[in-house]
Design a protein around this ligand. Structure first.
Ligand code: ATP
Ligand code: MG
Length: 257
């Protein structure tokens, strides 16, 4: 699987923000690959360009120069409607600030990505409840976000990110507002689901303990790649086993896709 086409291939990506007279080079000549079923961490200090990089792979921003290929197709050539479809179909997000809809219940928040994909109500409620069960919130479906703890709100947002069975989940400082114990619980949860369904995970952090969950750590410094640490030698067999298992799971749950 390591010789297969990468899920994402970034070629000489640059991002420049014009600020009046000044030009801020947020990313400079970044070339990277992300493969299916692997867990990546973008590690770097504040202002190094991690979120800018994540937002471009997630189709939220376009590069000033260079190319971002998703399954061989350049994302930068898509228009806004096509990018929205790309995000709905293939992408899940987990944010530091949870980004839940305050007027909706936990269950309704989790059903949102399915609503956008026009999944019938009965099926989306069942899928959302299954995801709430998976994140340990079976009996909190009727709660509004303000009636949940921070850790519980992040569980809801994790359920929402994965409910569509996306190919890739992007998490920008997903545990930035949580205590150490809850942080590790969240990381176990996110990486556990991603491994089970052979999904790609890209996590932004400045925390080495979180980076330790990744198969590959990509160090970002001053808008560039400062080093890549591959833990693949240890984990290749695990990944391949996980892939076989996930095929079995998917066959049982074809409706999940
Ligand atoms: N919309 C924008 N307009 C202008 N400059 C921006 C914009 N977004 C980011 N920048 C600049 O680009 C650089 C990289 O920002 P980015 O948000 O990617 O950093 P980061 O690594 O995610 O930092 P943090 O850990 O603090 O979230 C910073 O210098 C920032 O000021
Ligand atoms: Mg950031």
């Amino acid at each position: 699987m390591l010789t297969s086409e990468p899920l994402f291939k970034l070629q000489n990506v640059r991002k420049i923000y014009p600020m009046g007279e000044e030009r801020i080079v947020a990313l400079d000549d970044v070339s990277l690959e992300f493969h299916k079923g692997k867990i990546y961490c973008l590690l770097g200090t504040s202002g190094s360009g991690k979120s800018t990089l994540l937002n471009m792979i997630a189709g939220l921003e376009k590069p000033t120069k260079g190319s971002i290929l998703f399954k061989g197709k350049p994302l930068e050539k898509l228009n806004e409607t096509q990018l929205a479809l790309y995000r709905q179909r293939y992408v899940g997000f987990v944010f530091q600030s949870y980004n839940l809809m305050p007027t909706l219940t936990a269950l309704e928040n989790v059903t949102l990505p399915l609503t956008f994909r026009r999944v019938p109500k009965k099926i989306r409620n069942r899928k959302a409840q299954e995801m709430l069960d998976a994140v340990g919130l079976s009996n909190r479906g009727k709660h509004k976000p303000s009636e949940l703890s921070g850790g519980q709100q992040q569980r809801v947002s994790i359920a929402r990110a994965f409910v569509n069975n996306p190919e890739v989940v992007f998490a920008d400082e997903p545990t930035g507002n949580l205590d150490t114990r809850t942080t590790l619980e969240m990381m176990d949860l996110i990486t556990g689901i991603a491994r089970k369904y052979n999904q790609t995970l890209v996590i932004v952090t400045h925390d080495l303990e979180i980076a330790d969950y990744a198969d590959q750590i990509i160090r970002i410094k001053d808008g560039g790649v400062d080093g890549i640490e591959d833990k693949v030698a240890l984990k290749t067999t695990t990944v391949e086993t996980a892939e076989e298992e996930s095929i079995a799971v998917k066959t049982d749950e074809t409706e999940f896709r």
